[in-house]
Write a protein that binds this ligand. Structure first.
Ligand code: SIN
Length: 521
């Protein structure tokens, strides 16, 4: 079997690309490592997706994106997203997926605001926007003919002409993707899945950090696979931390959406002082990196392990109507957000960098495309504007689908028959103590040395320690029988190393890459 397009990942970016290609008659296979195709970063997004406010314009949105990006956003990507946002949301989310975004009493969309936006322009489905999008997207994929979704398939490596065909002279041809090797978790066999085009839509890497808003599947698979295949990765040092996640030993950094501050909630320190005015003119709606560092500095100054978010000032009625998910989740931990200040801390949230792509999702490997968080079009620069990540997935998924459809004549036939079946070498059973310890090491190192505040000394230690860990884990991978645990650990350590390396080589403090000893921009 040979597919026209193989999409790895079933979040909004993968779903958009797959759906639009299948609708044009291409055969599409969507792979996801999760048992449930909903499981993705998209599902957990609370805030919303940028649309168009009443006093809004593409120029204004572009300005906001560029300002948040701290001077290094790619203006071309920002212009594309700002110009195509409304049309892409209309075509994909409203018409194709039929998403019911929240509306006000007059029946128009209830647009909300978040940090660093000049106007209210964000569509939301109460405070569980990602869930509404993902459920509708997967339901649409399920009824689209020519499209198959396979769950429980763990992509291991991208098959490329230069690495995997039997003839060494193929290395003189341009690097080209031919498919992937993937572990079918049901029968524990590795399958060789060949395709004319491969689209990486694998999402992010939050699990490499000790504290993250990302779900367990965010292990950096796409970055590591692309790196091993020889693709170019850029801007990996720009790791965005979300300022407000619930501080509670059992809450796993549950996200408290920025939309809460957009509606008027205020950060206070342990003395009840609203401190953001001391750090930025936009106070609680300053860019995320500024808010994150302000919170950390208040925590140090007050010797408190968190700061607090005063949501109660919005009033009980509004809170229950607008933020039911956050309200109920906090109540599980005995925090009533209609009366109590909510303890919050920053946690890793989003990678602004990723696998380099052009404006049609093309990576530096032929027939390999990337979209969504794993990709880097340069849109986010050094710091992402809130509620642009879902949008980026829709806009660029649509562009990839259009590009592929209009360039079918360029899809050269490749020597697929030269690709061997997977040869498994590892025989040892996995040692869970090693897996546990390697993850603990990685997460602590990334959090302490490559976190929201970095120094030369911290980064140097990270590089040395991560290099050793990477070697150990590579040996471990080779000796052990393949399993999702070892595949994810290998990818996570590789991704951590890439982030640390990019952070080390960039001595300039900018946006989400903040070095205490760095050169100021
Ligand atoms: C949030 O709801 O605060 C997250 C939105 C985003 O990361 O864009």
């Amino acid at each position: 079997m040979m597919w026209d397009v193989l999409v790895i990942g079933s979040g909004i970016a993968g779903a958009t690309t797959a759906y639009l290609l299948a609708k044009q008659g291409f055969s599409v296979l969507v792979l996801t490592k999760a048992e449930n195709p909903h499981e993705s970063n998209t599902y957990y997004a609370q805030g919303g997706i940028v649309y168009k406010g009443p006093e809004d314009s593409p120029e204004l949105l572009m300005e906001d994106i560029l300002r948040a990006g701290a001077g290094i956003s790619n203006p071309e990507a920002a212009k594309i997203v700002a110009t195509e946002a409304e049309e892409a949301v209309n075509e994909v989310l409203l018409q194709a997926f039929g998403i019911d975004f929240s509306r006000n009493d007059e029946g128009s969309f209830d647009l909300t605001e978040e940090g660093a936006h000049s106007v209210r322009r964000i569509l939301h489905a109460l405070d569980s926007t990602g869930k509404a999008i993902e459920e509708a997207a997967i339901a649409t994929l399920r009824r689209t003919s020519g499209l198959e979704v396979r769950c429980g398939y763990h992509a291991i490596d991208i098959i490329t002409l230069d690495h995997h065909t039997r003839y060494p002279h193929r290395m003189y041809l341009p690097p080209t993707a031919l498919g992937v090797y993937a572990l079918n978790q049901k029968n524990k066999r590795v399958e060789r899945l060949l395709a004319k085009n491969v689209v990486l839509a694998t999402g992010g890497m939050g699990q490499i950090y000790l504290h993250t808003t990302n779900p367990p599947g965010a292990t950096g698979d796409g970055y590591a696979m692309a790196y091993r295949a020889g693709a170019r990765l850029i801007n990996m040092e720009y790791t965005q931390f979300h300022p407000t996640t619930l501080f509670h030993p059992r809450a796993n950094n549950f996200l408290i959406s920025e939309a809460v501050r957009g509606e008027g909630a205020v950060l206070v320190n342990k003395y009840g002082e609203a401190f953001m005015g001391r750090y930025h003119d936009h106070k609680d709606l300053a860019p995320r990196d500024v808010v994150t560092r302000a919170i950390l500095s208040e925590m140090y100054a007050t010797h408190e392990p968190c700061v607090y978010l005063d949501i109660a000032r919005l009033g009980r009625e509004k809170i229950l109507a607008r933020f039911p998910t956050i309200y109920h989740k906090c109540l599980e931990y005995k925090i009533d957000i209609t009366t109590d200040p909510v303890p919050v801390v920053p946690a890793y949230h989003f990678s602004c960098g990723g696998v380099y792509t052009d404006m049609y999702g093309q990576t530096t490997i032929q027939r390999l495309f990337a979209v969504g968080e794993v990709a880097c079009t340069g849109l986010h620069g050094a710091n992402r504007l809130a509620s642009t990540s879902l949008l980026e997935g829709v806009v660029f998924g649509r562009r990839i689908a259009r590009y592929l459809a209009s360039t079918v004549s360029l899809w050269k036939h490749q020597p697929y028959d030269e690709v061997p079946e997977w040869l498994e070498t590892g025989t040892e059973t996995i040692d869970p103590a090693l897996i546990y310890q390697d993850w603990a090491l990685l997460r602590n190192m990334m959090w302490n040395y490559v976190g929201a505040v970095r120094t030369k000394k911290r980064l140097k230690r990270a590089l040395v320690d991560l290099k050793n860990l990477r070697e150990d884990v590579e040996d471990f991978y080779r000796d052990t029988k393949l399993s999702p645990e070892i595949i994810e650990l290998r990818n996570a350590v590789q991704t951590g190393f890439i982030v640390a390396h990019h952070a080390w080589t960039n001595r300039e403090s900018r946006g989400a890459h903040y070095r205490l000893d760095g050169e100021e921009t």
